[in-house]
Design a protein around this ligand. Structure first.
Ligand code: ZN
Length: 335
């Protein structure tokens, strides 16, 4: 393995080579907790595949074009874009790149209705959250969040990906094996280079923060138990030999086995904290969120509710709590 690093004001690029394949990492720093937006240019036999596409910002665009230039590549060398999941910080440059060179954009099958902003799906999604927040006892804070979702719906067309999208329906793409790893998002995939033991990990495993598992409905409007899915996906990752993870944010991860255990343990410990509060008589998701996250309940409502609901699912799945509905609200009780 050979590394070459270059740094300037905006970007950090890092290069790893092994047996005819080179990964050029593009990391664009951000002041948020994510630390950086990472995406990867994989070079093999003069062909380039881009894995993920950053966020739609001037900095990301500059970083990407700068890398192409300084490596002597052009847009003509790009063969395809491959996407790990539908979040906007992973698909940001897709339309700009495709406008320069019309290449296939491969996305998880379950991403398409989200990336294309399918109106029926997103209308259903708003109803799903309206019902969910009511059932979780959120009251006014929940209604406020629904108004936000409705406002965002008005601007939906602006967020639609224009490029043609191709669902990834093979077991491999560009010599990489795809592994479904839902949890952080319902459509999440990671891509494994089995020979080199490299993994393009999207947001499944991040070195400096635990990746969140956002509450979402599936296509039919059924709530996905996202923290349980994330746990399962991390356990699945444990069963592969991986030397290097190329993550969606932060630093490269070498030998991820220990970090996987830390993340699995983190889920369990957070769930145990929720359980302690349930045992102390804090019995609805909304009350738990307000007790455990105080100020953030208002300012980061959807994230906080995802955390609580996801970990309540985890406790339910591990038979630590049970719930019953009273006057339209779920009440949790320790078993
Ligand atoms: Zn991300």
């Amino acid at each position: 393995m050979n590394r070459v690093c270059a740094k300037d004001v905006y970007i950090m690029t890092e290069e790893i080579q092994d047996n005819g394949r080179t990964v050029h990492s593009i990391k664009v720093p951000t002041s948020s907790d994510l630390a950086s937006f990472n995406f990867y240019l994989v070079e093999e036999e003069g062909q380039l595949s881009l894995i993920d596409a950053g966020i739609n910002s001037g900095k990301c665009w500059e970083a990407f074009t700068h890398l192409l230039n300084c490596k002597g590549f052009s847009f003509e060398d790009l063969e395809r874009i491959i996407i790990t999941h539908n979040h906007e910080d992973h698909v940001g440059l897709v339309d700009r790149i495709v406008a320069k060179r019309n290449i296939p954009v491969y996305v998880p099958d379950k991403s398409i209705h989200r990336l294309k902003r399918d109106k029926d799906f997103f209308r259903m999604r708003i109803e799903f959250f309206a019902r969910l927040y009511k059932e979780m006892g959120c009251g006014e804070a929940g209604e406020k969040q629904i108004r936000k979702l409705e406002d965002a719906f008005e601007n939906h067309d602006k967020k639609r990906i224009q490029a043609d999208l191709t669902p990834i329906d093979h077991e491999t793409i560009a010599g990489l094996e795809l592994i479904p790893t839902p949890g952080h998002s319902p459509d999440h995939l990671v891509f494994l280079d089995r020979e080199r033991e490299w993994l393009f990990g999207g947001d499944l495993l991040i070195d400096h923060i635990s990746s969140n598992a956002l509450v979402e409905p599936d296509r039919e409007g059924v709530r996905i138990k996202t923290v349980l899915e994330l746990e399962k996906s991390l356990k699945k990752l444990r069963s592969y030999n991986v030397q290097v993870v190329f993550p969606g944010h932060g630093e490269l991860i070498e030998n991820p086995k220990d970090l996987i255990e830390v993340r699995l343990d983190g889920i369990k410990r957070k769930a145990d904290k929720v359980l302690d509060h349930v045992k102390n008589g804090v019995e609805t998701a909304s009350e738990l969120a307000q007790t455990m996250y105080r100020g953030k309940y208002e300012s980061q409502f959807s994230l906080v509710m995802s955390e609580i609901i996801g970990h309540l699912d985890y406790l339910e799945g591990h038979e630590k709590v049970t719930k019953e509905i009273r006057d339209g609200v779920w009440w949790y009780r320790a078993i």
